[in-house]
Write a protein that binds this ligand. Structure first.
Ligand code: MGD
Ligand code: MGD
Ligand code: SF4
Ligand code: MO
Length: 874
């Protein structure tokens, strides 16, 4: 515990926007969270995930002490064991028999230390990161086009542009504060916004044009654009390969995009007609087996027109994780060295070896994520250290990856949480400090480096990742090279090395900070890289000078490859991605009741014609299978997706919904250049899941279901679960007691004719737990049941819906102010709240973080459409 303190300036640990946060310790282990008005990424704004950070910093679920083989151990014993087993493995099988799998959520200092240990001291490059699943195609595309992995522009370009094109990016949900900045700019100056996504997402709310192109056809689309650029005489630069790239583009026909001529024409007109155009792209582009070519197809258009590196124009790869960029800077990918230096360049290797005084430098690239886990599976890798990532869920072919980890001779996992799908498989578990407990730096999507600052004391015996790695390195025989006392010293070393890289011609140079003191590090303001004696911040490439040997940009002739066609056994193409209020495998956002209420269950967005053909009603369960695994998902029938192209979110795990693990379905098919797997395009089969019963449960105590389908989520005063099964238990009350963690006899309502069974466990007149079973998907007011939990109860909860006096709030739309869908619909219907502002004024919804504004607008639009239909009918 600590005393209440002044606000500490730190950075959000979620997305790559990198918002500044004011975290104020409340003295009881908690934090009050506010946006930092002075941070140049967000100027005080936060999205719902950032706003809810205070709900996720408690002790619940934390890994508090090292564990060996499931028993608690001391730090010395655990670190000795890890160092000994790594050293033995290297001695017996060579350095390539060990691997580190790390994360874009590590701080730069953690990342630097891990990379130094593997590439300079162990002497292998078998360190790869979840950024391989995320940014690798952008990195490879940047390096081909620019000669370096450099993001040319700045966030303010989105505000200064006349046209912003979002390709494979659901900015509204995934980079919400950047979305808000764009939406505000659009209000102010009429920015044209184009969304290119096979799915109609919340981002389309501000789109002047939505191109629902055929999945995977982005390369074709941007080649068509390049050909149009030439036709209109807009070629304004002379990059390498210009002639060849234009020839490849001219060969293109529009058919593969599936777009109507009119829509395509509008896109070409607005892109070509806007000198100030920013093309933002994300996972719809990167996560493809031809992702690198798609990135270059986009970059080509900006290079040919010279629309790059000047105010309001340029290509913009928005990064997902808070420190995806920092990881690239330290060389955390298996095919990079450090500070953007090249592992295959002898001169670069010698310089880094000399700087590190390294005994044994890696001389060739290591295994990239998909191949790394294959090597774990077939025994080539015998010791694996996983840090700050949950590959047993998030890797493609996740079941196979989990089996590989389980079969590996020696597995170490460093995490802040005790129970994840990956920690379950470890021989040694090392407790890491979490976001609020650690000090360091992160780099956001616009190259801005910000401090993350400790605001709470570490949980239990948790230690910082950089220190854990350095302590292992020291025990492996290299104490001098890993002898830092603080992250400030690590940062200083990293900054000094970047100076050396800068002298070798690299763009990433922050050597102005090479001599940084602890006090200066403490006070470090957010800054854009580079920062050296030669230059400071700003945009890149506006002067036409690139980091290639010739100094010219390189266009890449792109011959687009479309995704493999689906076949009769697996006739649907599964798209995957994110929801608004959860972060990846939910180890942190899953702790927040309000974040868990926007979407509390995994789902499959399925087009109405597909649903009808498959005999799947709304809210039915579907079994989805691929050659790699299976999942059971709640069907959400919607025309937001195209026929044949269902979508499922990625967040659920063995801890929250064992049959909702989407990674289990996804094929591990990497791009040949970047190694990034195609996570958005898996052929699957779908059929109804024939449950004989469905259920919904709430309990004040943790729920531990044991049935064919279950999903659990946290509530303000307890827990909830959706359930379904193929065969009913013989003794429902006994099953309920075990599952809901309660004792005693329940109140029971049974309608044998309809097959309905309802049970309430009441103690001291208050509802402790309830279970609702029916032969159809349980139709009851979940928000009423949830609100009844812990409240005084005379059994009326068993009606499953509120009485006449109470109203039903419905699914939570505004998570910040707790405003439900029904409340909003009622407001629209009875109080004529026909604008987002009116709803905000009357109900509060949308007035805090604003993340739900697209949904509010959609509800208003839906009401208007309904009203129009009624007029027509009348
Ligand atoms: N709420 C929330 N925000 C997050 C995260 C989170 O877990 N939750 N994670 C962060 C991370 S690490 C990342 S990488 C980012 C990801 O941010 P985004 O890339 O914006 O998010 P995704 O939902 O993965 O995918 C974006 C879109 O790509 C579309 N898509 C699929 N196939 C294609 C295609 O062939 N062409 C095109 N043009 N589009 C296609 C999908 O329909 C989807 O809407 O989000 C970051 N922000
Ligand atoms: N099908 C499909 N699969 C995907 C994607 C997709 O779009 N579709 N997206 C991919 C992308 S872009 C990404 S980025 C990945 C993300 O996938 P993961 O990286 O596997 O997901 P996270 O849940 O963020 O895992 C982070 C882990 O680190 C722990 N942790 C948090 N902070 C710390 C810390 O400071 N130190 C340590 N040691 N541990 C910490 C958390 O508890 C958690 O267990 O998923 C990828 N997988
Ligand atoms: S947009 Fe939201 S999740 Fe992303 S950094 Fe800002 S507050 Fe955090
Ligand atoms: Mo990511």
């Amino acid at each position: 515990m600590q005393t209440p303190g002044p606000a500490i300036r730190t950075t959000c640990p979620y997305c790559g926007v990198g918002c500044g946060i004011l975290a104020t310790p409340d003295g009881a282990g908690g934090l009050a969270i506010a946006g930092d008005p002075d941070h140049p990424a967000n100027f005080g704004r936060l999205c719902v995930k950032g706003s809810a950070l205070g709900e996720t910093v408690g002790m619940k679920g934390r890994l508090l002490a090292p564990q060996i083989g499931g028993r608690e151990a001391g730090w010395d014993e655990a670190l000795d064991l890890v160092a000994r087993r790594l050293s033995e493995t290297i001695a017996e099988h060579g350095p390539d028999a060990v691997a580190f799998y790390v994360s874009g959520q590590l701080l730069t200092e953690d990342y630097y230390v891990a990379n130094k240990l593997m590439k300079g001291f162990i002497g292998s490059a078998n360190i790869d990161t979840n950024s391989r699943l995320c940014m690798a195609s952008s990195v490879a595309g940047h390096r081909r086009a620019f000669g370096s992995d450099t993001v040319p522009g700045l966030y303010e370009d989105l505000e200064q542009a006349d046209c912003v094109v979002l390709v494979g990016s659901n900015l509204a949900w995934c980079h919400p504060v950047l979305f808000q900045r764009l939406a505000a700019a659009r209000e102010a100056r009429g920015t044209k916004v184009v969304v290119i996504d096979p799915r109609r997402t919340a981002t389309c709310d501000i789109a002047d044009l939505h191109l629902a192109l055929a999945p995977g056809s982005d390369g074709v689309l941007f080649n068509l654009l390049l050909a149009e650029i030439e036709r209109r005489g807009l070629v304004a630069a002379t990059p390498e390969n210009l002639v060849e790239a234009l020839a490849a583009a001219r060969a293109m026909g529009p058919a593969a995009t599936g777009l109507a001529d009119g829509a395509l024409r509008q896109f070409l007109d607005v892109w070509c007609g806007s000198n100030r155009v920013v093309t933002v792209y994300s996972q719809g582009v990167n996560q493809s087996d031809s992702g690198t070519d798609k990135v270059n197809a986009i970059l080509n258009c900006h290079l040919a027109t010279g629309r790059i590196g000047r105010p309001g124009m340029g290509p913009f790869s928005v990064t997902g994780q808070p420190n995806a960029m920092g990881g690239r800077e330290v060389g955390g990918l298996a095919n990079m060295l450090a500070c953007h230096l090249d592992i295959e360049n002898g001169g670069h290797r010698a310089a880094v070896q000399d700087f590190w005084r390294a005994p044994r430098m890696a001389e060739r690239p290591g295994l990239k994520a998909v191949d790394m886990f294959r090597a774990v599976g077939d025994g080539r890798i015998k010791a694996l250290w996983i840090i700050c990532t949950n590959p047993a869920v998030s890797m493609p072919e996740a079941d196979r990856v989990a089996r590989a980890i389980a079969g590996c001779d020696f597995v170490v996992v460093s995490d802040m949480m005790a129970r994840t799908d990956t920690t379950r498989l470890a021989h040694v578990l090392l407790p890491a400090t979490g976001w609020a407990e650690k000090d360091g730096t992160v780099t956001n999507s616009e190259r801005r480096i910000s401090r993350q600052r400790r605001s709470l004391v570490p949980a239990g015996q948790a230690r910082d990742d950089w220190r854990i790695i350095a302590d292992v390195a020291a025990r492996m025989g290299w104490p001098e090279a890993f002898a830092w006392d603080s992250p400030a010293q690590v940062f200083a070393e990293h900054a000094a090395l970047s100076g050396l890289a800068g002298r070798l011609g690299g763009a990433f140079d922050i050597s102005a900070h090479a001599g940084i003191t602890a006090a200066q590090y403490g006070a470090l303001e957010p800054f854009l890289w580079p920062q050296s004696s030669r230059r400071s911040g700003g945009r890149f490439f506006g002067d036409g000078r690139f980091h290639t040997p010739s100094g010219r940009a390189r266009m890449v002739p792109v011959v687009p490859r479309l995704p493999q066609p689906v076949g009769p056994a697996h006739p649907f193409r599964l798209n995957t991605g994110r929801v608004r209020d959860h972060w990846h495998t939910m180890t942190r956002t899953g702790l927040s009741p309000r974040l868990s209420r926007h979407l509390a269950e995994p789902f499959l967005e399925l087009h109405p014609t597909d649903a009808a053909r498959l005999g799947l009603a709304p809210a039915a369960l579907a079994e989805v299978s691929s050659p790699h695994g299976r999942a059971i998902l709640r069907v959400l029938v919607t025309d937001r997706v195209a026929p044949g192209h269902p979508f499922a979110p990625i967040h659920w795990t063995g801890e929250t919904a064992p049959t909702g693990r989407i990674g289990a379905l996804v094929v591990g098919l990497p791009d040949p250049l970047s190694g990034q797997p195609a996570s958005k395009s898996t052929p699957v089969a779908i059929r109804p899941f024939g449950a004989t019963w469905y259920g919904f449960a709430v309990s004040a105590r943790p729920i531990t279901p044991d049935c064919d389908y279950w999903v659990r989520a946290i509530l303000p005063g307890g827990h909830q679960a959706e359930l379904a099964g193929l065969g009913e238990p013989a003794d429902w009350p006994g099953t309920a007691r075990t599952m809901l963690g309660v004792t005693g006899e329940p109140l029971v309502v049974r309608d044998a004719g309809k097959g309905i069974l309802r049970m309430a466990f009441v103690a001291d007149g208050r509802l402790q737990a309830a279970l609702f079973i029916s032969p159809e998907p349980a139709a009851l007011s979940r928000s009423h049941v949830i609100a009844s939990l812990g409240a005084s109860c005379g059994g009326d909860v068993l009606a499953g819906r509120p009485g006449a006096q109470q109203s039903e709030a419905g699914a939570l739309v505004c998570a910040c102010l707790g405003v439900g869908m029904n409340t909003i619909l009622q407001g629209i219907a009875t109080r004529k709240l026909m604008t987002v502002e009116a709803i905000g004024k009357a109900l509060g919804a949308g007035t805090n973080c604003g993340s739900c504004k697209p949904e509010l607008k959609a509800l208003i639009e839906a009401a208007k459409t309904q009203a129009r239909r009624r007029e027509v009918d009348a």
